[in-house]
Design a protein. Structure first.
Length: 143
Protein backbone atom coordinates (compact mmCIF):
# COMPACT_ATOMS: atom_id res chain seq x y z
CA UNK A 1 0.00 0.00 0.00
CA UNK A 2 1.08 3.55 -0.74
CA UNK A 3 -0.10 5.14 2.48
CA UNK A 4 1.75 8.35 3.38
CA UNK A 5 3.94 8.22 0.25
CA UNK A 6 3.17 11.48 -1.47
CA UNK A 7 4.87 12.83 -4.55
CA UNK A 8 5.07 11.90 -8.18
CA UNK A 9 7.54 9.20 -9.27
CA UNK A 10 8.02 10.84 -12.68
CA UNK A 11 8.61 7.43 -14.33
CA UNK A 12 12.10 7.17 -12.85
CA UNK A 13 13.92 5.10 -10.28
CA UNK A 14 14.41 6.60 -6.84
CA UNK A 15 18.06 7.50 -7.36
CA UNK A 16 17.44 8.98 -10.81
CA UNK A 17 14.49 11.02 -9.55
CA UNK A 18 16.41 12.35 -6.54
CA UNK A 19 19.42 13.29 -8.67
CA UNK A 20 17.21 15.01 -11.24
CA UNK A 21 15.37 17.01 -8.58
CA UNK A 22 18.66 18.04 -6.92
CA UNK A 23 20.06 19.19 -10.27
CA UNK A 24 16.91 21.13 -11.08
CA UNK A 25 16.85 22.81 -7.66
CA UNK A 26 20.49 23.80 -8.14
CA UNK A 27 19.69 25.26 -11.57
CA UNK A 28 16.65 27.10 -10.21
CA UNK A 29 18.63 28.69 -7.39
CA UNK A 30 21.52 29.55 -9.72
CA UNK A 31 19.51 31.05 -12.60
CA UNK A 32 16.34 31.92 -10.61
CA UNK A 33 14.20 30.61 -13.51
CA UNK A 34 13.97 27.29 -15.37
CA UNK A 35 11.70 25.81 -18.05
CA UNK A 36 10.50 22.26 -17.41
CA UNK A 37 7.40 20.09 -17.49
CA UNK A 38 4.57 20.93 -15.12
CA UNK A 39 4.89 17.65 -13.20
CA UNK A 40 8.62 18.18 -12.61
CA UNK A 41 8.03 21.81 -11.64
CA UNK A 42 5.56 20.75 -8.95
CA UNK A 43 8.09 18.32 -7.45
CA UNK A 44 11.03 20.73 -7.66
CA UNK A 45 8.98 23.49 -6.05
CA UNK A 46 8.64 21.47 -2.84
CA UNK A 47 12.40 21.05 -2.43
CA UNK A 48 13.25 24.60 -3.54
CA UNK A 49 10.91 26.12 -0.97
CA UNK A 50 12.55 24.02 1.74
CA UNK A 51 16.00 25.23 0.67
CA UNK A 52 14.95 28.88 0.96
CA UNK A 53 13.43 28.14 4.38
CA UNK A 54 16.77 26.65 5.45
CA UNK A 55 18.55 29.77 4.18
CA UNK A 56 16.24 31.94 6.27
CA UNK A 57 17.38 30.05 9.38
CA UNK A 58 20.94 30.84 8.43
CA UNK A 59 22.81 28.67 10.94
CA UNK A 60 25.59 26.17 10.24
CA UNK A 61 23.32 23.14 10.49
CA UNK A 62 20.92 24.65 7.94
CA UNK A 63 23.84 25.33 5.58
CA UNK A 64 25.00 21.72 5.85
CA UNK A 65 21.47 20.46 5.23
CA UNK A 66 21.27 22.64 2.11
CA UNK A 67 24.64 21.33 0.90
CA UNK A 68 23.28 17.79 1.18
CA UNK A 69 20.70 18.66 -1.47
CA UNK A 70 22.27 21.37 -3.63
CA UNK A 71 25.90 20.15 -3.64
CA UNK A 72 27.30 23.30 -5.25
CA UNK A 73 29.08 25.58 -2.81
CA UNK A 74 28.69 28.72 -4.94
CA UNK A 75 24.93 28.21 -5.23
CA UNK A 76 24.62 27.59 -1.48
CA UNK A 77 26.66 30.75 -0.82
CA UNK A 78 24.28 32.70 -3.10
CA UNK A 79 21.31 31.11 -1.35
CA UNK A 80 22.49 32.06 2.13
CA UNK A 81 23.73 35.53 1.16
CA UNK A 82 21.68 37.12 -1.62
CA UNK A 83 18.47 35.10 -1.74
CA UNK A 84 18.11 34.92 2.04
CA UNK A 85 17.71 38.67 2.37
CA UNK A 86 15.04 38.83 -0.31
CA UNK A 87 12.76 36.32 1.42
CA UNK A 88 13.22 37.07 5.14
CA UNK A 89 9.83 38.79 5.41
CA UNK A 90 7.94 36.27 3.24
CA UNK A 91 6.23 33.39 5.04
CA UNK A 92 6.38 30.84 2.23
CA UNK A 93 5.45 30.70 -1.43
CA UNK A 94 8.92 31.51 -2.71
CA UNK A 95 8.37 30.06 -6.20
CA UNK A 96 5.76 30.42 -8.91
CA UNK A 97 4.76 28.07 -11.72
CA UNK A 98 3.70 29.71 -14.98
CA UNK A 99 2.14 27.25 -17.43
CA UNK A 100 3.29 27.87 -21.00
CA UNK A 101 1.35 25.37 -23.08
CA UNK A 102 2.37 22.04 -24.55
CA UNK A 103 5.72 20.97 -25.98
CA UNK A 104 5.62 20.35 -29.73
CA UNK A 105 7.42 17.00 -29.76
CA UNK A 106 5.32 15.04 -27.28
CA UNK A 107 2.60 17.49 -26.17
CA UNK A 108 3.91 17.48 -22.60
CA UNK A 109 2.53 20.29 -20.45
CA UNK A 110 5.37 22.80 -20.01
CA UNK A 111 5.88 25.43 -17.33
CA UNK A 112 8.31 28.09 -16.18
CA UNK A 113 9.39 27.66 -12.57
CA UNK A 114 10.82 30.86 -11.16
CA UNK A 115 11.55 32.51 -7.86
CA UNK A 116 8.96 35.11 -6.89
CA UNK A 117 11.50 37.97 -6.80
CA UNK A 118 12.94 37.11 -10.24
CA UNK A 119 13.89 40.20 -12.27
CA UNK A 120 13.94 39.76 -16.04
CA UNK A 121 16.91 41.22 -17.99
CA UNK A 122 15.81 44.08 -20.23
CA UNK A 123 16.53 44.35 -23.95
CA UNK A 124 19.99 45.95 -23.55
CA UNK A 125 21.26 43.13 -21.36
CA UNK A 126 20.78 44.96 -18.06
CA UNK A 127 19.37 43.07 -15.17
CA UNK A 128 16.33 45.11 -14.25
CA UNK A 129 17.04 47.34 -11.30
CA UNK A 130 20.81 46.79 -11.11
CA UNK A 131 22.10 49.16 -13.80
CA UNK A 132 24.90 46.80 -14.84
CA UNK A 133 25.22 45.81 -18.47
CA UNK A 134 26.33 42.27 -19.17
CA UNK A 135 28.13 43.36 -22.36
CA UNK A 136 30.32 45.74 -20.31
CA UNK A 137 31.44 42.97 -18.00
CA UNK A 138 33.30 41.06 -20.74
CA UNK A 139 35.86 43.57 -22.02
CA UNK A 140 38.77 41.15 -22.49
CA UNK A 141 37.82 40.05 -25.99
CA UNK A 142 40.51 38.93 -28.40
CA UNK A 143 39.83 40.25 -31.89
Amino acid sequence: MRHNNSGNRLSRTTSHRQAMIRNMVTSLLQHERIVTTTAKAKEVRKVADKMITLAKRGDLHARRQALAVVRDKQVVAKLFAALRGEYLERQGGYTRIIRTGNRLGDAASMAILELVNYREPDSEGDVAGTGTNRADVKTDRVE
